[in-house]
Design a binder for this molecule. Structure first.
Ligand SMILES: *Cc1c(COP(=O)(O)O)cnc(C)c1O
Length: 237
């Protein structure tokens, strides 16, 4: 099967799995969005996905994202890109030029830099706060106290171009389903608490679930699953 057919088949299969998981957990049909994570895959793969009706993408490295998406997001209005990887300050400017959302905000200084760059070009951007819930890497806010601080920073009007929309996490890489489930459950609980404390922000987005664990994530309240391998196949690093 050629690349485009394979990607089309995978997307169709995954959309069904997402619907099944929504139904199974008593959630409204269509409440979970699918993001295609195209990192390490070529532009051709992205275009194949677009041809089968996939318009939301995620990339974790800014340089690579710019190469693939700079033209695309400006010519094809429907295409949207989220940045999902650890972000250095000096990559913020290029990120906001191509992305509609930065999901990997993991420190207050990053908000300050996003605000600075967005105000220069008078653009508003959505952000999610990345929360550390058990995955190996060090990124992400670790406690609800830390989340309180960053939300307070935004609520005090320090970053008017930055629109907090919710939270993102990565579950630990393990076969132990209970640990994965706990990770997603922790994110949902933290999100609910923050929403109570900051009712003026629409903190509805819960970006959780990857190829191996998206069905569990949906059962635990995910609104956005980030799927790479299940759509495009294994990555060659
Ligand atoms: C790579 C990546 C994904 C997709 O992972 P798969 O296991 O290939 O689905 C999702 N989220 C983040 C943050 C990633 O870096």
């Amino acid at each position: 099967m050629d690349l485009e057919n394979r990607i089309t088949e995978n997307l169709k299969f995954l959309r069904e799995k997402i619907s099944d998981a929504e139904r199974r957990s008593g959630r409204p049909s269509g409440c979970v969005k699918l993001q295609a994570v195209s990192k390490f895959h070529p532009l051709d793969a992205v275009l194949a996905a677009v041809n089968s009706g996939q318009f939301l993408f995620g990339e974790n490295r800014v340089q690579e994202a710019v190469q693939k998406f700079e033209k695309l997001v400006h010519t094809e209005k429907k295409i949207e890109l989220h940045i999902i990887g650890a972000l250095q300050r000096n990559k913020v400017k290029n990120s906001i030029a191509i992305a509609s959302c930065i999901e990997s905000v993991d420190r207050i200084e990053l908000i300050a830099e996003i605000e600075k760059q967005c105000s220069k070009v008078e653009k508003k951007i959505d952000v999610l706060f990345e929360v550390h819930t058990g995955e190996e890497s060090k990124s992400g806010f670790r406690t609800t106290d830390e989340l309180e601080k960053v939300l307070l920073y935004c609520a005090e009007g320090n970053a008017p171009h930055v629109c907090p929309k919710g939270f993102m996490t990565m579950a630990p890489f393990t076969k132990d389903e209970s640990l994965i489930r706990k990770s997603f459950c922790d994110l949902r609980n933290a999100a609910e608490k923050m929403q109570r404390h900051y009712p003026d922000f629409p903190l509805k987005e819960l970006s959780m679930g990857m190829s191996n664990d998206f069905q569990i994530a949906i059962e635990e309240g995910s609104t956005l699953v980030r799927l790479g391998t299940a759509i495009f196949g294994e990555r060659e690093y």
